[in-house]
Design a protein around this ligand. Structure first.
Ligand code: HEM
Length: 400
């Protein structure tokens, strides 16, 4: 949530970083949607969209709603541009390059590695014999090692990466707390430097090496755009995936029979779909209006900012009956957890297969969890995820 903040002026209806909202934003989203689906937020000085149809309209309307804030005259240095900040037509070349690099890797090999790493981490849980934090001991190292294997690089030092990564996540809420902006910009530059080193050295077997090969055919893509985009991939693969896994595990802790039921009904993919819809890590995406538009009942003017609450859209009762419940028979693939349109997530397949691998590994090992303390969420609104999820682990016999 970037916005053009007036940090002292809290919004009367929606205070994204308030402790109760961090613990459960979905109740507030519902109230906001019932009040006004297109809501003028005081603190962000932006339109906040909580309805599915409205979010879809904006995601699909790149001509009127841009990710590239330079279209409204904002000064973004070339060194900070990436696939996420460019709009068509400039966006096409880097997006195409990344898609080519994705296709260079065998899907089966990626799937096998994700399954192996998930099974190894799961086996590690069985030996613990006391309470364990599923975030720091499971979700985060698993996401990091799966991502680095996919990229074809050695995993960076954990605490160093953690600090940079957290700074970037926190900076996504700079519209709410402006002091978060600068550390995030510095962290992005530092991670982009690491990625540039990888680009020089990585072998061609991984995604980074494949991107270097694809870059040779794409002279229009600058070194900075390539490095920043790959930094975004690293960050998404670590932060978004580990948060998705953590949020999903919290649901399994709260609903202990859910996984066994999904497997018994042969609906593991449906469970992945529902876990993404119900508590996806990317709660919000921002756009700037570049041509006056009608969205819902409001007229949005050129230059105004729009915040799409994807996590709210995915519980809109106009699209999802009984939206707060897991329904394994729901139509798949219509949620907005991966966005939609020109900027739709490039890693959707990879993220989904990782969560599926985790669920399959937990089931195969017959593992169940019991809460061993309160789950706590990070104080971040754009990316939602747990700081800690303490559990005790039950082995095969008692898990069913
Ligand atoms: C749980 C995991 C993930 C979630 C929920 C997620 C979600 C999203 C969303 C909502 C967007 C669209 C943002 C917008 O419209 O402004 C996006 C874009 C993107 N994602 Fe993901 N993502 C995840 C994992 C990944 C992974 C693993 C990768 C890389 C392998 C990845 C790469 C990207 C890239 C490159 C974009 C920008 C695409 C563009 O702007 O053209 N994501 N993601």
């Amino acid at each position: 949530m970037t916005g053009t903040a007036a940090p002292t002026q809290r919004d009367p209806l929606y205070d994204p970083l308030a402790p109760d909202v961090i613990a459960d934003p979905y109740a507030v989203y519902r109230r906001l949607r019932e009040h006004r689906r297109v809501y003028r937020h005081t603190q962000l000085r932006a339109w906040v969209l909580t309805g599915y149809a409205e979010c879809r309209q904006v995601l699909g309307g790149t001509a009127a709603f841009g990710s590239d804030f330079r279209r409204m005259g904002e000064d973004i240095p070339d060194a900070q541009l990436s696939v996420q900040t460019l709009d068509p037509p400039d966006h096409g070349a880097i997006r195409h390059l990344l898609v080519s690099a994705l296709h260079a890797r065998s899907h089966t090999a990626v799937q096998d590695t994700a399954a192996r790493l998930a099974a190894d981490r799961t086996a590690g849980l069985l030996g613990v014999g006391r309470s364990v934090d599923l975030v720091s001991a499971f979700a985060r190292p698993l996401a990091l090692h799966t991502m680095c294997d996919f990229l074809g690089v050695t995993a960076p030092d954990g605490p160093w990466l953690e600090e940079l990564s957290n700074a970037i996540v926190r900076s996504m809420d700079a519209g709410l707390e402006p002091s978060r902006a600068e550390p995030g910009t510095k962290a992005k530059a530092e991670l982009s430097r690491l990625v540039s080193e990888w680009l020089e050295n990585a072998d061609e077997g991984g995604f980074i090496g494949a991107a270097r090969v694809a870059h040779a055919q794409a002279p229009d893509v600058s070194e900075a755009v390539l490095a920043n985009s790959l930094r975004g991939v690293l960050h998404a693969g670590y932060e978004s995936v580990s948060r998705l896994v953590g949020n999903a595990l919290a649901r399994l802790v709260a609903e202990p029979t859910l996984l066994a039921r999904a497997v018994a009904e042969d609906r593991l993919d449906a469970l992945v779909n529902e876990l993404l819809r119900l508590d996806g890590p990317v709660q919000a995406a921002a756009r700037v209006c570049v041509a006056d538009s009608e969205v819902g009942s409001e007229r949005i003017r050129r230059g105004e900012e729009v915040v799409l609450m994807l996590g709210a859209a995915d519980r809109d009762p106009e699209v999802f009956a009984a939206p707060d419940a897991v329904d394994l028979t729901r139509r798949k693939g219509i949620h907005l957890a991966f966005g939609r349109g020109a900027h739709a997530c490039l890693g959707a397949g990879l993220a989904s297969l990782q969560l599926r691998a985790v669920l399959a590994a937990l089931h195969a090992a017959g593992i169940g969890f019991e809460p061993a303390g309160p789950a706590e969420y990070e104080r971040t609104a754009t990316l939602r995820g747990l700081r800690t999820l303490p559990v005790t682990v039950r082995g095969t016999a008692s898990a069913r």
